[in-house]
Design a protein around this ligand. Structure first.
Ligand code: PCA
Length: 324
């Protein structure tokens, strides 16, 4: 527990410590402050502060300023920081269920994605619990498309391209199309493009917009390959140490953030697709030949994911497919 300046001041003056000491939780975020995920996290933090009457203050640190994206999950697990936000599919190599939101072409729209997530979320929460984490809420990124530095009409045009990956699924997609993947966090993406480390990537219009990608690349092909999620979780010991009122403030504000985040993600999709165009990019659907090739790769990747994810994975995908 961290003492606030105010409570330290009171103690120094010889006053009795207040019954419930205010606590501050630092919350690392990997994406820029203006991104909808970060805005949602800031609103969540404000909600918790208000609901606890200031007893639990959450301070967000966007842009990877406190921990880079790749470090956030471990930092929360080990209690270096009590709460954080992370793109869970980047941890698919730890547990396949973390990549349930990145099975190519299983879902392509927000509505389909939410149906899949409703089925998958309890299993993801269980996996996080095994890692010593309390799942609070999560918000999807907009549909994933392909950024390129030139026009591409078919999969062959992608051979040998230097490709920025952010997860096991993006790296595998690159391998299967003959591209060369290099893992780069969004915070370093601009630099990777500027220095020629990467000349292509798969992501949302949101991240391209946040990165001012038009400074380096010319095309965004909407393929709607999947919608990955950022999840917000707390260190279990830190959560358990809170009183019941603070715990319910966290879960109540999380439910609100989940809904608000989804609405923000949808609004940001339109805004950022327009932003890419305004930046001078060619934005549109990919050629059917390219889509077909990507879908064939998607089928391979779906089989691979199912083979790795065992009974739970199969049950989630079967339940989703049965309902659609
Ligand atoms: N943006 C994140 C992950 C998915 C997305 O749309 C990124 O590119 O790092």
């Amino acid at each position: 527990m961290r003492l606030t300046a105010a409570s330290l001041g009171l103690a120094a003056l010889g006053f009795a410590a207040p019954a419930a000491l205010a606590e501050t939780w630092d919350m690392p975020l990997a994406y820029p402050a203006t991104n909808f995920h970060s805005e949602t996290a800031a609103a969540f933090a404000a909600c918790v502060g208000e609901a606890t009457g200031g007893a639990l203050q959450i301070v967000t640190h966007p842009g990877g300023a406190l921990y880079g994206g790749a470090e956030i999950k471990r930092a929360v697990q080990t209690g270096q920081t009590p709460i954080g936000e992370r793109l869970l599919s980047a941890h698919q190599n730890e547990k396949p269920i973390y990549g349930v939101d990145s099975i190519p072409f299983l879902v392509s729209s927000f509505d389909e994605h939410e149906k899949l997530w409703e089925i998958a979320a309890p299993h993801v929460a269980e996996a996080l619990a095994e890692d010593g984490l309390v799942y609070l809420y999560s918000v999807p990124w907009p549909p994933q498309g392909l950024y390129m530095n030139r026009a591409v009409a078919a999969a062959d045009d992608l051979k040998g391209v230097k490709f920025r990956s952010y997860s096991a699924a993006t790296a595998r997609l690159a391998e299967l199309t003959g591209m060369t993947p290099v893992q780069v966090e969004a915070a370093e993406l601009s630099q990777a493009l500027a220095t020629g480390v990467a000349e292509s990537f798969v992501s949302s219009a949101a991240t391209g917009y946040d990165t001012k990608v038009w400074e380096h690349l010319s095309h965004f092909y909407e393929v709607d390959a999947w919608l990955p999620r950022n999840a917000i979780f707390a260190n279990k010991a830190a959560f358990d140490a809170l009183d019941a009122a603070a715990q319910s403030a966290l879960t109540d504000c999380a439910a609100k953030a989940k809904a608000e985040g989804l609405a923000r993600s949808k609004a940001y999709t339109t805004r950022t697709l327009d932003g890419l165009k305004a930046g001078g990019m060619e934005v549109g659907r990919a050629e059917p030949a390219l889509v077909e090739a990507l879908k064939a790769i998607g089928a391979t990747m779906t089989e691979e994911w199912l083979a790795s994810a065992g009974e739970t994975g199969r049950a989630v995908v079967d339940a989703y497919r049965a309902g659609n």
